[in-house]
Design a protein around this ligand. Sequence first.
Ligand SMILES: Nc1ncnc2c1ncn2[C@@H]1O[C@H](COP(=O)(O)OP(=O)(O)OP(=O)(O)O)[C@@H](O)[C@H]1O
Ligand SMILES: [Zn+2]
Length: 583
Amino acid sequence: MNQTLKLIYSPETYEKITKSNILIIGVGGIGCELLKVLTNSGYRKMTILDLDTIEATNLNRQFYFRKEHVGMSKSLVGKESVMRKHPDLDITAIHGSIFDEQYDVEFYTQFDFVLCALDNALAREHLGRMCLKSNRIMIDAGTGGFSGQVNVIKRFLHQCNNCQPSKGAPQFAVCTIRASPSQPIHCVTYAMALYNLLFGPLDESNVLAGLLDLAQIQSCDKSDVELLKSLGIRTFNKLFYDEIKQGLKGYSKEEDANAINQNKYPISYEDGMQNHEVYTNIDQSKIDQEDDKVQPFSYYVDQFVLNFVKIMQTPGVGSFKFDKDDWDSVRFVAATTNMRTFNFTKKFKNLDPRLVEGDKMKYLSVNQVRSLGGKIIPAIASTNAIAAAIQISEAQKVLEERWGKLRMNWIQPTYEKIAPTFLPEPYNTCNHCSHRNVYMHIYCNFDTTKFATVVQLAKSFGLNDYDICGFSGTVYGLNNKQMKRDGCNERNYNKILSKFYQREKPYSNLIYSIYEQTSGKKYYWQLGCKYEFILMHRPDVEIPQISKKTQLEDSFQQLRTLRIQRHEELNQMRLSNLERFSF
Ligand SMILES: Nc1ncnc2c1ncn2[C@@H]1O[C@H](COP(=O)(O)OP(=O)(O)OP(=O)(O)O)[C@@H](O)[C@H]1O
Ligand SMILES: [Zn+2]
């Protein structure tokens, strides 16, 4: 036993630490700090997962990465760097997204707990749900500037991140031109850096430095509008067509380049302008109001070049910095943001952006871009270090099973302190983590009951849109398009329930859940508008039995009331969310 650690931990705790197997999601600012502290605190076995590659902008605080690593996988380089110092550790590095299907409930159950070091709400929510489903404790951290928060979620004990929809405008850590932008904010950051590069002073640290031949752009005759326009078009094609087509610079690893290639869509100025007539009706005298709307795609293609010309002709060009009160710069940045979004929009089908509803990435209006651009705040390395240290101290409580000692911790710059507070209990109508979401228990013999019986049962409850889920995912989805298309429903209909659990006999605590969904739309599901029935294995019960039969009517009454309340809340929330973002 390491002598220093012996002074810190009791022998029992030390043993638990050395034997634990943990999952770390995100190897960014907080993730690197976590790795450092964990590996110096006796933890030996861990899996680290990150989807991204290293950017030049990460180097100032993500200290496991060096200049020569730019373009390489964060998790793989992270592992290599740590193992150089601690060669005997057992670290698995995964270059992938937690949204990937293979990271199912079964994947999570191999770990003792999960440390979350993510930078976006969508991924965090997903992780939260997976931890709830797999009954794994999630220790989550987030920072923004000098503020931060560390939160612990143990199922049924603490509020989950669906309990209360987040209020207030989110802020973003200094972001970055990410190799694979997954949120509008990443595209906005790129666009702002591009503005500063093209029209600002020479700045070696600009993350896009070296991307364009600036000498040619800056030395051109600014009174020649036609020349400026052709330069604008050439710049457009270079950025959004050539660069994207070639594969991103710095991708040394072949598989990275391939993975990215599949999700990239080059767009040339000429193609982008194809539907140009769509927007010629826009009343230029009401351009301010037009800035509130998401315009057709070609509008932004045109705006890129128009504003390029305009800015190039503005006296003082060469010393500009993105300013959210300067409308030419805002419109240029909005146009760039949307082009970049196009480049990385995965399911793009049509030039009209309004047809890509439901896609994670959508186009933004000029005003939305302006508002996002104003909210970017810098990432501070020491805040990340504090957050990671708190996470690890909470982790120790988890291993020691001191549940009552777990805390929500606020890092508050104003008061120069870390404020631990009690973790709130589950919101009693939360359909994800509250006990109340389990409205009924149904006992049946998994070895004899078929999914057909469960389907009949669900029908008799009056459910008309539901999924039956086992530990490792959906087995039967009544309206699940993919399951229907792949013939899964048909195939599974006559199978017995134990079919999906055969590796795990005896199945004493295995369950299936029936989730009712009030709408197939993703945001409803995310906000918890679903009702849950739990099927449990009882070898002696041949005909499925409902455990709380007498409360059946009550349960439905509750469901109905909840449904009405939820719909009202949802509608309000959805509207205000949609106004802010178009995720
Ligand atoms: N779905 C996901 N799956 C896996 N990792 C993710 C996912 N979403 C985000 N991440 C990772 O979480 C990490 C968050 O780290 P951090 O907040 O430091 O962001 P960053 O992109 O490295 O830096 P910046 O502050 O410049 O945005 C990133 O490395 C990012 O790749
Ligand atoms: Zn909850």
